[in-house]
Design a protein around this ligand. Structure first.
Ligand code: SAM
Ligand code: GLN
Length: 284
């Protein structure tokens, strides 16, 4: 069968069971070991039985056994870089790319040209920490996680992408021993009793998802302890639940009464990030 026809049939199969048709191309890139451009140049070629079988067994796990496509192929793209992912780490989300972009933008505005110490709390696959280090060589990045299995993947990603990151294992801020200019975190923030899609809940590490009864547990811990680990002029950058703007703002003000607090919307127009500016020199 010609590749073009095969793709069409499989995309229809996905749509019929309400799954993403984009999964077909993503999986084929993996099975045929090529990028999307090469794939499109092969549309008129025959796909071999061996490749059809390989594809079908993975596609079945995606369509009928509730497996995320990223875990099946073993990687995902984040901020233009390929990150290894498996069941030990959260699959990095689009919103988090926006967090990285906003941090880089504010680095340019408020710290341009300066060497800074940055810490990413709960690094998972290392997506935030590694992207920041790749994009801005003035950022000297530390990344922490309570999960040693997650840290093993993050280390692999840092090696593969060629960045030097300091990794620390431990509970929230406990493993830190110095002060930072930027503290970033996308902690687990789903409220414990919230209904979560089974594709997420049954596959991704629950330790990466749930943030206590109100989803704010880890913001409280970070904000109550951050003073000891921040320089006089510093920035805290959070991703959070879309309905937590007010709560995070209040927590920030309680712990840093003189700080400037900014909520940033994601591309869907949701209040997804809060940046807290501590010390002076943050007026644009
Ligand atoms: N930073 C990654 C990203 O944005 O894709 C992963 C974020 S995931 C929502 C939260 C991460 O926090 C997980 O990797 C989890 O293992 C880690 N974590 C959970 N509880 C923690 C704790 N008490 N201390 C440190 N890390 C923790
Ligand atoms: N955005 C993720 C989800 O909805 C949750 C990530 C997090 O808790 N930080 O599945």
């Amino acid at each position: 069968m010609k590749l073009a026809k095969f793709i069409k049939i499989k995309q229809e199969e996905a749509i019929t069971v309400l799954k993403e048709e984009s999964a077909v191309i993503f999986l084929l890139e993996d099975v045929l070991k090529c990028d999307a451009t090469t794939l499109f140049n092969k549309l008129n070629e025959e796909i071999s039985d061996e490749d059809i079988n390989k594809f079908n067994s993975l596609f079945d796990l995606y369509l009928n056994h509730n497996k995320p496509i990223q875990y099946l192929v073993g990687y995902t793209t984040f901020y233009g870089y390929d990150f290894i992912v498996n069941e030990d780490v959260l699959i990095p989300r689009f919103e988090t790319e926006e967090l990285v972009e906003n941090i880089l933008y504010r680095y340019d505005t408020f710290f341009k040209g300066q060497d800074l110490d940055v810490v990413d709390i709960g690094t998972g696959s290392g997506a935030i920490a590694i992207s920041l280090a790749k994009e801005e060589s003035h950022l000297h990045v530390t990344a922490t996680d309570i999960s040693s299995k997650a840290l093993a993947i993050a280390k692999e990603n840092a090696n593969k992408l060629g960045v030097d990151i300091t990794f620390l294992e431990g509970d929230m801020l406990e493993p830190l021993t110095k002060k930072y200019d930027i503290l970033v975190s996308n902690p687990p923030y789903i409220p414990e009793d919230e209904n979560v899609d089974s594709l997420v809940k049954d596959n991704e590490p629950n330790i990466a998802l749930f943030g206590g009864s109100d989803g704010l547990k880890f913001y409280r811990i970070i904000l109550e302890n951050a003073k000891n680990y921040l320089k006089d002029r510093a920035m805290i950058c959070f991703e959070h639940g879309y309905d937590k703007k007010k709560e995070i703002e209040d927590l920030a003000k309680i712990n840093f009464p003189t700080a400037k607090v900014e909520t940033i919307k994601d591309l869907e127009g949701k209040d997804r990030m809060t940046f807290i500016y501590i010390g002076g020199g943050f007026d644009e």
